[in-house]
Design a protein around this ligand. Structure first.
Ligand SMILES: Nc1ncnc2c1ncn2[C@@H]1O[C@H](COP(=O)(O)OP(=O)(O)OP(=O)(O)O)[C@@H](O)[C@H]1O
Ligand SMILES: [Mg+2]
Length: 505
Protein backbone atom coordinates (compact mmCIF):
# COMPACT_ATOMS: atom_id res chain seq x y z
CA UNK A 1 0.00 0.00 0.00
CA UNK A 2 1.52 3.32 -0.95
CA UNK A 3 1.60 6.28 1.33
CA UNK A 4 -0.42 9.39 0.35
CA UNK A 5 0.23 11.67 3.31
CA UNK A 6 2.85 11.75 6.01
CA UNK A 7 2.78 14.19 8.88
CA UNK A 8 6.08 14.46 10.70
CA UNK A 9 6.63 16.01 14.09
CA UNK A 10 4.05 18.76 13.66
CA UNK A 11 4.00 21.52 16.30
CA UNK A 12 2.07 24.74 16.70
CA UNK A 13 1.47 27.12 19.59
CA UNK A 14 -0.99 29.99 20.06
CA UNK A 15 0.72 32.32 22.50
CA UNK A 16 1.78 30.07 25.34
CA UNK A 17 -0.78 27.39 24.45
CA UNK A 18 1.27 24.65 22.81
CA UNK A 19 -1.50 22.90 20.89
CA UNK A 20 0.36 20.39 18.71
CA UNK A 21 3.47 18.84 20.21
CA UNK A 22 5.19 16.74 17.59
CA UNK A 23 2.22 14.98 16.03
CA UNK A 24 3.20 12.32 13.49
CA UNK A 25 1.21 9.81 11.44
CA UNK A 26 0.75 8.61 7.90
CA UNK A 27 -2.23 7.78 5.71
CA UNK A 28 -2.07 5.26 2.91
CA UNK A 29 -3.67 5.59 -0.47
CA UNK A 30 -7.40 4.74 -0.31
CA UNK A 31 -7.40 4.29 3.44
CA UNK A 32 -9.89 5.77 5.92
CA UNK A 33 -8.00 7.01 8.95
CA UNK A 34 -10.21 7.98 11.90
CA UNK A 35 -9.08 10.52 14.47
CA UNK A 36 -10.49 10.70 17.99
CA UNK A 37 -9.27 12.69 20.94
CA UNK A 38 -10.39 14.95 23.77
CA UNK A 39 -11.95 18.36 23.11
CA UNK A 40 -9.18 20.81 22.44
CA UNK A 41 -6.70 18.06 21.53
CA UNK A 42 -5.80 19.88 18.32
CA UNK A 43 -7.80 17.88 15.78
CA UNK A 44 -9.38 20.82 13.96
CA UNK A 45 -6.09 22.71 14.19
CA UNK A 46 -4.47 19.74 12.41
CA UNK A 47 -6.99 19.99 9.54
CA UNK A 48 -6.40 23.74 9.36
CA UNK A 49 -2.69 23.06 8.98
CA UNK A 50 -3.20 20.35 6.36
CA UNK A 51 -5.36 22.67 4.27
CA UNK A 52 -2.93 25.58 4.70
CA UNK A 53 -5.15 27.85 6.81
CA UNK A 54 -2.63 27.68 9.65
CA UNK A 55 1.12 27.46 9.38
CA UNK A 56 2.85 25.06 11.77
CA UNK A 57 5.80 26.27 13.85
CA UNK A 58 7.73 23.15 12.91
CA UNK A 59 7.29 19.76 11.29
CA UNK A 60 6.69 18.53 7.76
CA UNK A 61 3.69 17.57 5.66
CA UNK A 62 4.55 15.23 2.83
CA UNK A 63 1.68 14.80 0.35
CA UNK A 64 2.12 12.65 -2.75
CA UNK A 65 5.81 12.54 -1.90
CA UNK A 66 6.18 16.34 -1.86
CA UNK A 67 6.68 18.71 1.06
CA UNK A 68 3.71 21.08 0.83
CA UNK A 69 4.76 23.51 3.58
CA UNK A 70 4.93 26.40 1.13
CA UNK A 71 1.91 25.41 -0.98
CA UNK A 72 -0.98 27.88 -0.78
CA UNK A 73 -4.50 26.94 0.32
CA UNK A 74 -6.00 27.08 -3.15
CA UNK A 75 -3.15 25.09 -4.68
CA UNK A 76 -3.64 22.42 -2.07
CA UNK A 77 -7.28 22.19 -3.14
CA UNK A 78 -6.21 21.78 -6.77
CA UNK A 79 -3.79 19.07 -5.61
CA UNK A 80 -6.81 17.19 -4.30
CA UNK A 81 -7.00 18.09 -0.61
CA UNK A 82 -10.68 18.70 0.20
CA UNK A 83 -12.38 19.23 3.53
CA UNK A 84 -15.63 19.64 5.44
CA UNK A 85 -16.11 21.99 8.39
CA UNK A 86 -17.17 21.17 11.93
CA UNK A 87 -19.99 23.71 11.55
CA UNK A 88 -21.54 23.28 8.05
CA UNK A 89 -20.76 26.21 5.78
CA UNK A 90 -23.07 25.88 2.81
CA UNK A 91 -24.50 28.92 1.01
CA UNK A 92 -27.94 29.04 2.57
CA UNK A 93 -29.58 31.14 -0.14
CA UNK A 94 -28.51 28.77 -2.91
CA UNK A 95 -30.00 25.45 -3.88
CA UNK A 96 -28.45 22.13 -2.92
CA UNK A 97 -27.47 21.63 -6.57
CA UNK A 98 -25.83 25.06 -6.81
CA UNK A 99 -23.85 24.46 -3.64
CA UNK A 100 -22.47 21.19 -5.03
CA UNK A 101 -21.70 22.86 -8.34
CA UNK A 102 -19.67 25.54 -6.59
CA UNK A 103 -17.56 22.78 -5.07
CA UNK A 104 -16.50 21.77 -8.60
CA UNK A 105 -16.11 25.30 -9.98
CA UNK A 106 -14.06 26.65 -7.07
CA UNK A 107 -12.36 23.48 -5.91
CA UNK A 108 -11.32 22.16 -9.31
CA UNK A 109 -11.63 25.10 -11.71
CA UNK A 110 -14.35 23.25 -13.65
CA UNK A 111 -16.61 25.10 -16.07
CA UNK A 112 -20.18 25.46 -14.86
CA UNK A 113 -21.21 22.86 -17.41
CA UNK A 114 -18.68 20.31 -16.20
CA UNK A 115 -19.49 21.01 -12.56
CA UNK A 116 -23.21 20.79 -13.28
CA UNK A 117 -22.83 17.41 -14.95
CA UNK A 118 -20.86 16.10 -11.97
CA UNK A 119 -23.25 17.60 -9.43
CA UNK A 120 -26.15 15.28 -10.20
CA UNK A 121 -23.93 12.24 -9.72
CA UNK A 122 -22.80 13.58 -6.36
CA UNK A 123 -26.37 14.30 -5.29
CA UNK A 124 -27.18 10.64 -5.95
CA UNK A 125 -24.09 9.59 -4.03
CA UNK A 126 -25.10 11.61 -0.95
CA UNK A 127 -28.76 10.51 -1.27
CA UNK A 128 -30.02 14.01 -1.93
CA UNK A 129 -31.19 13.79 -5.54
CA UNK A 130 -34.76 14.51 -4.41
CA UNK A 131 -33.60 17.67 -2.58
CA UNK A 132 -31.72 19.06 -5.60
CA UNK A 133 -33.68 22.31 -5.83
CA UNK A 134 -34.24 23.04 -2.14
CA UNK A 135 -32.47 26.01 -0.61
CA UNK A 136 -29.58 24.88 1.58
CA UNK A 137 -30.89 27.13 4.37
CA UNK A 138 -34.05 25.04 4.67
CA UNK A 139 -32.27 21.72 5.25
CA UNK A 140 -32.30 19.69 8.44
CA UNK A 141 -29.09 18.67 10.18
CA UNK A 142 -28.56 15.34 8.39
CA UNK A 143 -28.96 16.98 4.99
CA UNK A 144 -26.67 19.87 5.90
CA UNK A 145 -24.01 17.35 6.90
CA UNK A 146 -24.53 15.31 3.72
CA UNK A 147 -24.35 18.45 1.62
CA UNK A 148 -21.14 19.49 3.31
CA UNK A 149 -19.60 16.17 2.23
CA UNK A 150 -21.13 16.52 -1.24
CA UNK A 151 -19.57 19.96 -1.76
CA UNK A 152 -16.18 18.59 -0.72
CA UNK A 153 -16.60 15.57 -3.04
CA UNK A 154 -17.43 17.91 -5.92
CA UNK A 155 -13.88 19.24 -5.77
CA UNK A 156 -12.80 15.66 -6.65
CA UNK A 157 -10.53 15.24 -3.66
CA UNK A 158 -7.83 12.65 -3.55
CA UNK A 159 -7.60 13.24 0.20
CA UNK A 160 -10.85 14.19 1.95
CA UNK A 161 -10.69 15.65 5.46
CA UNK A 162 -13.93 15.35 7.44
CA UNK A 163 -14.37 17.31 10.68
CA UNK A 164 -17.29 15.84 12.65
CA UNK A 165 -20.06 14.86 10.26
CA UNK A 166 -22.02 12.62 12.64
CA UNK A 167 -22.51 14.78 15.77
CA UNK A 168 -26.15 15.32 16.67
CA UNK A 169 -27.46 12.64 14.35
CA UNK A 170 -29.56 9.65 15.37
CA UNK A 171 -28.16 6.14 15.08
CA UNK A 172 -29.78 5.47 11.71
CA UNK A 173 -28.66 8.85 10.37
CA UNK A 174 -25.11 8.08 11.48
CA UNK A 175 -25.31 4.89 9.43
CA UNK A 176 -26.22 6.92 6.35
CA UNK A 177 -23.13 9.11 6.84
CA UNK A 178 -20.96 6.00 7.23
CA UNK A 179 -22.40 4.69 3.94
CA UNK A 180 -21.54 7.93 2.15
CA UNK A 181 -17.96 7.84 3.44
CA UNK A 182 -17.63 4.18 2.48
CA UNK A 183 -18.97 5.05 -0.97
CA UNK A 184 -16.28 7.72 -1.37
CA UNK A 185 -13.62 5.22 -0.35
CA UNK A 186 -14.91 2.75 -2.93
CA UNK A 187 -14.33 5.43 -5.55
CA UNK A 188 -10.71 5.62 -4.51
CA UNK A 189 -10.73 8.63 -2.16
CA UNK A 190 -8.40 8.60 0.86
CA UNK A 191 -10.07 9.97 3.98
CA UNK A 192 -9.13 11.43 7.35
CA UNK A 193 -12.23 11.45 9.53
CA UNK A 194 -12.50 13.22 12.89
CA UNK A 195 -15.46 12.19 15.07
CA UNK A 196 -16.66 11.81 18.63
CA UNK A 197 -19.39 9.40 17.52
CA UNK A 198 -17.56 6.15 18.05
CA UNK A 199 -19.78 4.03 15.84
CA UNK A 200 -18.32 5.85 12.83
CA UNK A 201 -14.79 4.94 13.85
CA UNK A 202 -15.63 1.28 14.40
CA UNK A 203 -17.76 0.81 11.31
CA UNK A 204 -16.27 3.37 8.96
CA UNK A 205 -12.51 3.52 9.40
CA UNK A 206 -9.60 1.21 8.61
CA UNK A 207 -7.39 2.54 11.38
CA UNK A 208 -8.12 4.96 14.20
CA UNK A 209 -5.63 7.41 15.65
CA UNK A 210 -6.16 8.86 19.11
CA UNK A 211 -4.64 12.30 19.63
CA UNK A 212 -4.41 13.94 23.05
CA UNK A 213 -2.71 17.17 24.01
CA UNK A 214 -1.30 17.49 20.53
CA UNK A 215 0.47 14.12 20.47
CA UNK A 216 -0.33 10.64 19.16
CA UNK A 217 -1.57 8.33 21.88
CA UNK A 218 -2.11 5.18 19.82
CA UNK A 219 -3.02 4.22 16.27
CA UNK A 220 -4.33 0.93 14.92
CA UNK A 221 -7.38 -1.23 14.39
CA UNK A 222 -10.39 0.80 15.63
CA UNK A 223 -11.61 -1.81 18.14
CA UNK A 224 -8.13 -2.31 19.57
CA UNK A 225 -7.75 1.45 19.93
CA UNK A 226 -11.10 1.74 21.75
CA UNK A 227 -10.15 -1.13 24.02
CA UNK A 228 -6.74 0.25 24.92
CA UNK A 229 -6.25 1.49 28.48
CA UNK A 230 -4.52 4.66 27.20
CA UNK A 231 -7.59 5.67 25.19
CA UNK A 232 -9.88 4.94 28.13
CA UNK A 233 -7.67 7.08 30.31
CA UNK A 234 -7.59 10.16 28.07
CA UNK A 235 -10.74 9.94 26.02
CA UNK A 236 -13.36 7.32 26.75
CA UNK A 237 -13.37 7.28 30.53
CA UNK A 238 -15.58 4.40 31.58
CA UNK A 239 -18.01 4.95 28.72
CA UNK A 240 -18.86 1.61 27.17
CA UNK A 241 -21.73 2.57 24.93
CA UNK A 242 -19.62 1.93 21.87
CA UNK A 243 -19.16 -1.69 22.93
CA UNK A 244 -22.76 -2.66 22.30
CA UNK A 245 -23.38 -0.83 19.06
CA UNK A 246 -25.87 -2.94 17.18
CA UNK A 247 -26.23 -5.36 20.07
CA UNK A 248 -29.98 -4.76 20.10
CA UNK A 249 -32.29 -4.26 23.02
CA UNK A 250 -31.19 -4.20 26.59
CA UNK A 251 -33.55 -4.12 29.49
CA UNK A 252 -31.14 -3.61 32.30
CA UNK A 253 -31.13 0.15 32.24
CA UNK A 254 -31.79 1.75 35.57
CA UNK A 255 -30.89 5.15 36.81
CA UNK A 256 -29.09 4.58 40.06
CA UNK A 257 -31.03 5.39 43.17
CA UNK A 258 -33.88 7.30 41.56
CA UNK A 259 -36.55 4.72 40.99
CA UNK A 260 -38.86 6.66 43.26
CA UNK A 261 -42.56 7.13 42.61
CA UNK A 262 -43.52 10.34 40.82
CA UNK A 263 -43.95 13.15 43.31
CA UNK A 264 -47.50 14.33 43.90
CA UNK A 265 -49.17 16.92 41.65
CA UNK A 266 -48.23 20.01 43.71
CA UNK A 267 -44.57 19.45 42.90
CA UNK A 268 -45.22 20.31 39.29
CA UNK A 269 -42.78 22.94 38.09
CA UNK A 270 -43.71 23.18 34.45
CA UNK A 271 -46.90 21.99 32.86
CA UNK A 272 -47.52 21.96 29.14
CA UNK A 273 -51.07 21.19 28.05
CA UNK A 274 -52.45 20.54 24.58
CA UNK A 275 -49.71 22.51 22.84
CA UNK A 276 -49.93 23.08 19.08
CA UNK A 277 -47.28 24.96 17.16
CA UNK A 278 -47.30 25.86 13.48
CA UNK A 279 -44.41 26.83 11.21
CA UNK A 280 -46.34 28.51 8.42
CA UNK A 281 -48.69 25.82 7.11
CA UNK A 282 -46.76 23.03 8.70
CA UNK A 283 -47.85 21.82 12.11
CA UNK A 284 -44.65 21.10 14.03
CA UNK A 285 -46.19 20.26 17.42
CA UNK A 286 -49.46 18.35 17.82
CA UNK A 287 -51.33 18.41 21.08
CA UNK A 288 -48.28 17.92 23.31
CA UNK A 289 -48.77 17.68 27.07
CA UNK A 290 -45.98 17.23 29.60
CA UNK A 291 -45.60 17.57 33.33
CA UNK A 292 -42.13 18.35 34.62
CA UNK A 293 -41.67 17.73 38.33
CA UNK A 294 -39.48 19.98 40.44
CA UNK A 295 -36.09 18.40 41.03
CA UNK A 296 -36.41 15.89 38.22
CA UNK A 297 -34.24 15.23 35.23
CA UNK A 298 -36.59 14.73 32.31
CA UNK A 299 -35.43 13.61 28.90
CA UNK A 300 -37.03 14.19 25.56
CA UNK A 301 -35.96 11.67 22.97
CA UNK A 302 -36.65 11.84 19.27
CA UNK A 303 -35.13 11.89 15.80
CA UNK A 304 -34.10 15.08 14.06
CA UNK A 305 -37.21 16.81 12.86
CA UNK A 306 -39.33 15.30 15.65
CA UNK A 307 -40.12 18.79 16.91
CA UNK A 308 -38.00 18.79 20.06
CA UNK A 309 -36.29 22.10 19.39
CA UNK A 310 -39.59 23.71 18.34
CA UNK A 311 -41.14 22.53 21.58
CA UNK A 312 -38.31 23.92 23.70
CA UNK A 313 -38.24 27.18 21.77
CA UNK A 314 -41.97 27.54 22.36
CA UNK A 315 -41.53 27.02 26.09
CA UNK A 316 -38.88 29.76 25.99
CA UNK A 317 -41.20 32.14 24.15
CA UNK A 318 -39.23 32.11 20.91
CA UNK A 319 -42.19 30.65 18.99
CA UNK A 320 -45.80 31.46 19.68
CA UNK A 321 -48.09 28.46 20.02
CA UNK A 322 -51.31 28.22 17.98
CA UNK A 323 -53.01 26.59 20.94
CA UNK A 324 -52.47 25.13 24.40
CA UNK A 325 -50.89 26.45 27.57
CA UNK A 326 -47.53 26.49 29.30
CA UNK A 327 -47.67 27.03 33.05
CA UNK A 328 -44.54 27.56 35.14
CA UNK A 329 -44.85 27.52 38.94
CA UNK A 330 -48.56 28.18 38.61
CA UNK A 331 -48.16 31.18 36.23
CA UNK A 332 -49.35 31.02 32.66
CA UNK A 333 -46.29 31.90 30.56
CA UNK A 334 -47.79 30.97 27.19
CA UNK A 335 -46.67 33.44 24.52
CA UNK A 336 -44.78 35.65 27.02
CA UNK A 337 -41.57 37.38 25.98
CA UNK A 338 -38.39 35.31 26.29
CA UNK A 339 -36.83 37.77 28.72
CA UNK A 340 -39.85 37.52 31.02
CA UNK A 341 -39.68 33.73 30.86
CA UNK A 342 -35.96 33.75 31.60
CA UNK A 343 -36.61 36.04 34.54
CA UNK A 344 -38.93 33.43 36.03
CA UNK A 345 -36.05 30.95 36.12
CA UNK A 346 -36.01 29.08 32.82
CA UNK A 347 -32.70 28.86 31.00
CA UNK A 348 -31.83 27.12 27.79
CA UNK A 349 -28.63 26.03 26.10
CA UNK A 350 -29.44 26.43 22.43
CA UNK A 351 -28.70 23.69 19.92
CA UNK A 352 -25.41 24.19 18.12
CA UNK A 353 -23.61 25.85 21.06
CA UNK A 354 -24.11 29.45 20.06
CA UNK A 355 -21.64 31.69 21.82
CA UNK A 356 -20.64 35.32 21.32
CA UNK A 357 -17.50 34.75 19.26
CA UNK A 358 -16.08 38.24 19.73
CA UNK A 359 -16.35 38.22 23.50
CA UNK A 360 -14.05 36.50 25.94
CA UNK A 361 -15.10 33.37 27.78
CA UNK A 362 -15.74 35.38 30.97
CA UNK A 363 -17.74 38.02 29.10
CA UNK A 364 -19.84 35.25 27.59
CA UNK A 365 -20.46 33.81 31.02
CA UNK A 366 -21.39 37.19 32.49
CA UNK A 367 -23.93 37.62 29.67
CA UNK A 368 -25.69 34.70 31.33
CA UNK A 369 -25.91 36.65 34.58
CA UNK A 370 -27.52 39.85 33.28
CA UNK A 371 -30.83 39.44 35.09
CA UNK A 372 -30.97 41.01 38.59
CA UNK A 373 -31.33 37.75 40.54
CA UNK A 374 -28.47 36.12 38.66
CA UNK A 375 -26.29 39.23 38.94
CA UNK A 376 -26.35 38.98 42.71
CA UNK A 377 -25.12 35.39 42.61
CA UNK A 378 -22.64 35.88 39.78
CA UNK A 379 -19.38 35.40 41.71
CA UNK A 380 -20.61 32.20 43.26
CA UNK A 381 -22.03 30.95 39.96
CA UNK A 382 -18.81 31.78 38.13
CA UNK A 383 -16.89 29.68 40.61
CA UNK A 384 -19.37 26.86 40.16
CA UNK A 385 -19.07 26.79 36.37
CA UNK A 386 -15.28 27.10 36.45
CA UNK A 387 -15.17 24.13 38.76
CA UNK A 388 -17.50 22.27 36.43
CA UNK A 389 -15.43 23.10 33.32
CA UNK A 390 -11.82 23.80 34.33
CA UNK A 391 -10.84 24.47 30.71
CA UNK A 392 -13.10 27.53 30.71
CA UNK A 393 -11.21 28.89 33.67
CA UNK A 394 -7.92 28.35 31.84
CA UNK A 395 -9.29 30.19 28.82
CA UNK A 396 -11.34 32.75 30.71
CA UNK A 397 -9.68 35.74 29.05
CA UNK A 398 -9.61 34.31 25.51
CA UNK A 399 -12.08 35.11 22.76
CA UNK A 400 -14.74 32.45 22.35
CA UNK A 401 -13.95 32.27 18.62
CA UNK A 402 -10.69 30.49 19.51
CA UNK A 403 -12.37 27.72 21.43
CA UNK A 404 -12.59 24.20 20.02
CA UNK A 405 -16.03 22.83 19.10
CA UNK A 406 -16.41 21.00 22.39
CA UNK A 407 -15.20 23.94 24.46
CA UNK A 408 -17.90 26.12 22.89
CA UNK A 409 -20.51 23.58 23.87
CA UNK A 410 -19.20 23.70 27.45
CA UNK A 411 -19.39 27.50 27.40
CA UNK A 412 -22.97 27.39 26.20
CA UNK A 413 -24.00 25.08 29.06
CA UNK A 414 -22.05 27.14 31.58
CA UNK A 415 -23.74 30.35 30.41
CA UNK A 416 -27.16 28.82 31.10
CA UNK A 417 -26.08 27.83 34.60
CA UNK A 418 -24.84 31.39 35.19
CA UNK A 419 -28.47 32.47 35.01
CA UNK A 420 -28.98 30.73 38.35
CA UNK A 421 -32.17 29.21 36.96
CA UNK A 422 -34.76 26.85 38.41
CA UNK A 423 -34.80 24.71 35.31
CA UNK A 424 -32.20 24.30 32.60
CA UNK A 425 -33.31 23.11 29.21
CA UNK A 426 -30.42 21.51 27.35
CA UNK A 427 -30.78 21.00 23.63
CA UNK A 428 -28.29 18.29 22.57
CA UNK A 429 -25.98 18.63 25.48
CA UNK A 430 -23.47 15.98 24.40
CA UNK A 431 -23.04 17.09 20.82
CA UNK A 432 -19.39 17.28 19.86
CA UNK A 433 -18.12 16.34 23.29
CA UNK A 434 -15.58 13.63 24.04
CA UNK A 435 -17.12 10.65 25.90
CA UNK A 436 -15.10 11.39 29.01
CA UNK A 437 -16.43 14.97 29.06
CA UNK A 438 -20.00 13.74 28.56
CA UNK A 439 -19.67 11.51 31.60
CA UNK A 440 -18.21 14.34 33.52
CA UNK A 441 -20.99 16.72 32.53
CA UNK A 442 -23.68 14.22 33.46
CA UNK A 443 -22.02 13.73 36.83
CA UNK A 444 -22.00 17.51 37.33
CA UNK A 445 -25.63 17.80 36.23
CA UNK A 446 -26.49 15.13 38.77
CA UNK A 447 -24.76 17.18 41.46
CA UNK A 448 -26.63 20.33 40.46
CA UNK A 449 -29.81 18.28 40.32
CA UNK A 450 -29.22 17.02 43.85
CA UNK A 451 -28.95 20.66 44.91
CA UNK A 452 -32.45 21.15 43.52
CA UNK A 453 -31.99 22.19 39.90
CA UNK A 454 -34.46 20.68 37.42
CA UNK A 455 -33.28 19.63 33.96
CA UNK A 456 -34.97 18.99 30.67
CA UNK A 457 -32.54 17.18 28.41
CA UNK A 458 -32.81 16.55 24.74
CA UNK A 459 -30.56 13.73 23.61
CA UNK A 460 -30.16 11.55 20.56
CA UNK A 461 -28.58 8.70 22.44
CA UNK A 462 -31.46 6.65 23.85
CA UNK A 463 -29.50 4.60 26.33
CA UNK A 464 -27.77 7.62 27.79
CA UNK A 465 -31.06 9.54 28.07
CA UNK A 466 -32.75 6.75 29.97
CA UNK A 467 -29.80 6.16 32.23
CA UNK A 468 -29.54 9.74 33.37
CA UNK A 469 -33.14 10.80 33.73
CA UNK A 470 -36.11 10.23 36.02
CA UNK A 471 -38.78 10.49 33.40
CA UNK A 472 -38.71 10.33 29.59
CA UNK A 473 -40.88 11.43 26.71
CA UNK A 474 -40.42 10.09 23.19
CA UNK A 475 -41.46 12.39 20.35
CA UNK A 476 -42.18 11.45 16.77
CA UNK A 477 -43.31 13.96 14.18
CA UNK A 478 -44.44 16.53 16.71
CA UNK A 479 -46.34 14.12 18.96
CA UNK A 480 -45.53 12.36 22.21
CA UNK A 481 -45.71 8.65 21.39
CA UNK A 482 -44.35 7.19 24.60
CA UNK A 483 -43.66 8.39 28.12
CA UNK A 484 -42.78 6.85 31.43
CA UNK A 485 -40.34 6.55 34.25
CA UNK A 486 -36.93 6.13 32.68
CA UNK A 487 -36.12 3.18 34.92
CA UNK A 488 -39.13 1.34 33.54
CA UNK A 489 -38.58 2.05 29.84
CA UNK A 490 -36.17 -0.07 27.84
CA UNK A 491 -34.09 1.01 24.91
CA UNK A 492 -36.11 -1.34 22.72
CA UNK A 493 -39.46 0.19 23.85
CA UNK A 494 -38.12 3.57 22.89
CA UNK A 495 -36.70 2.53 19.53
CA UNK A 496 -39.91 0.63 18.70
CA UNK A 497 -41.89 3.75 19.53
CA UNK A 498 -40.02 5.96 17.19
CA UNK A 499 -39.02 3.64 14.41
CA UNK A 500 -42.38 1.81 14.53
CA UNK A 501 -44.36 4.95 13.91
CA UNK A 502 -41.89 6.31 11.36
CA UNK A 503 -42.27 3.15 9.33
CA UNK A 504 -46.00 3.64 8.82
CA UNK A 505 -46.09 7.40 8.63
N1 LIG B 1 -6.75 30.53 16.29
C1 LIG B 1 -6.56 30.12 17.53
N2 LIG B 1 -6.04 30.92 18.49
C2 LIG B 1 -5.84 30.50 19.76
N3 LIG B 1 -6.13 29.26 20.19
C3 LIG B 1 -6.64 28.40 19.31
C4 LIG B 1 -6.91 28.77 17.94
N4 LIG B 1 -7.43 27.71 17.30
C5 LIG B 1 -7.50 26.73 18.21
N5 LIG B 1 -7.03 27.12 19.42
C6 LIG B 1 -6.91 26.30 20.64
O1 LIG B 1 -6.24 25.11 20.26
C7 LIG B 1 -6.72 23.99 20.99
C8 LIG B 1 -7.11 22.89 20.00
O2 LIG B 1 -8.27 23.30 19.29
P1 LIG B 1 -8.99 22.38 18.22
O3 LIG B 1 -10.09 23.19 17.65
O4 LIG B 1 -7.99 21.80 17.29
O5 LIG B 1 -9.57 21.20 19.13
P2 LIG B 1 -10.30 19.87 18.67
O6 LIG B 1 -9.36 18.74 18.96
O7 LIG B 1 -10.80 20.01 17.29
O8 LIG B 1 -11.47 19.80 19.74
P3 LIG B 1 -13.07 19.52 19.57
O9 LIG B 1 -13.18 18.03 19.61
O10 LIG B 1 -13.63 20.13 20.79
O11 LIG B 1 -13.52 20.14 18.31
C9 LIG B 1 -7.89 24.51 21.83
O12 LIG B 1 -7.46 24.69 23.15
C10 LIG B 1 -8.26 25.83 21.19
O13 LIG B 1 -8.77 26.73 22.13
MG1 LIG C 1 -12.70 20.30 16.44
Amino acid sequence: MSELLRVEDLSIAFGNNQVLKGLSFEVNENEVLGIIGPNGAGKTVLLNILTGILKPDSGRIIYQGEDIAKTKIVERTYMGIGRTFQVPRSFEGMSVYENVMIGGVCGRQMTEKEAGAGADKILAQINMADKRDLLAGTLGLLDRKRLEIGVALASKPRLLLIDEAAGGLTESEVVSIIDIVRGAKEQGVTIIWIEHVLQTMIEGTDRTLCVAEGRNVICGNPRDVMDSPEVHAVYLGTEEDYADEGAGADNDIAKTGTAQALPPQDKTLLEISGLNVLHGDLQAIHDVSMRIERGHIVSIIGANGAGKSTLLNTVMGIHNPAGGTIVFEGDDITGKRTSAIAEKGLAMTPEGSRVFADMTVTENLLMGAYLPAAKKAKTEQLEKVFEMFPVLKEKSEQLASFLSGGQRQMLSIARAIMMNPKVVICDEISLGLAPVVIQDIYAKLKELNEQGLTFILVEQEIKRSLRHSDYSYVMVKGRIVLEGKSSELSRSDVSDAYFGINRFA
